[in-house]
Design a protein around this ligand. Structure first.
Ligand SMILES: [Zn+2]
Length: 169
C-alpha cells in the first residue's frame, strides 16, 4: 500500500512530524507495510483580479489592481492517492466540520460516509454525494449494550445488493 499526501508550506503540518507519527501509528495495523510519500507544496500567491502571480518576497498586493493577493496554493493537506493492497479506493468517512475544512470540492471519485446527527446531509454537505449516512451516535440496537452508531444506506435493497457485489474483495 502507498499513500501520497500533499502538504502545503502554510498548512501548519510538519512533514517530518507527520512521517514519524505515521510510522508509529502504523505498527500492528494493515498499514504496517505501507509507504508514506509526502509531496511538499510551496506557497504561491496571485492577484484575484488580473491573475498575475505575485513573486515570493513581494508585497502581497497587486500593484496594478490594488487588491490583496490571494493564496493559490500552499495551505493544503490532501491525500492524493491511496493504493490499498486491495486494489480499490477506500471509502471516506467524515464529519461536517472536517468536510468543510478539508474535503469540500475534492475527492468526487470517492465513496463518502458522512456523519450528520443534526440535519439531513443534503442540507449541510454542500452537494456532496454520499452512500452512507451516520445519523446518530447514541442509537440503541438489539444485541448491543449501550449506545451505538446507526447508519443508513442511500438506496433500496436492489442498490444495496449492487453496492455489495461491486465492493466485494
Ligand atoms: Zn492585478
Amino acid at each position: 500500500m502507498r499513500l501520497r499526501v500533499r502538504i502545503g508550506e502554510l498548512s501548519g503540518v510538519e512533514p517530518e512530524l507527520l512521517s514519524s507519527a505515521y510510522s508509529m501509528w502504523c505498527e500492528g495495523t494493515i498499514c504496517d507495510a505501507s509507504k508514506l510519500e509526502i509531496v511538499r507544496v510551496p506557497a504561491a500567491w496571485a492577484c484575484p483580479e488580473c491573475q498575475r502571480p505575485i513573486p515570493r518576497g513581494e508585497r502581497l498586493r497587486c500593484a496594478s489592481c490594488e487588491v490583496p493577493a490571494r493564496l493559490r496554493q500552499g495551505d493544503e493537506i490532501f491525500l492524493d492517492r491511496i493504493e490499498a493492497y486491495y486494489g480499490r479506493k477506500p471509502m471516506i468517512y467524515t464529519t461536517v466540520d472536517f468536510h468543510r475544512d478539508n474535503l469540500e470540492g475534492y475527492f468526487g471519485e470517492y465513496t463518502f460516509w458522512v456523519r450528520s446527527v443534526a440535519d439531513h446531509p443534503d442540507n449541510i454537505y454542500n452537494g456532496r454525494e454520499w452512500d452512507f449516512w451516520q445519523y446518530t451516535g447514541t442509537g440503541r440496537v438489539p444485541g448491543i449494550e449501550g449506545d451505538t452508531d446507526i447508519n443508513v444506506f442511500a438506496g433500496d435493497r436492489k442498490d444495496w445488493k449492487a453496492w455489495v457485489s461491486a465492493s466485494a474483495l
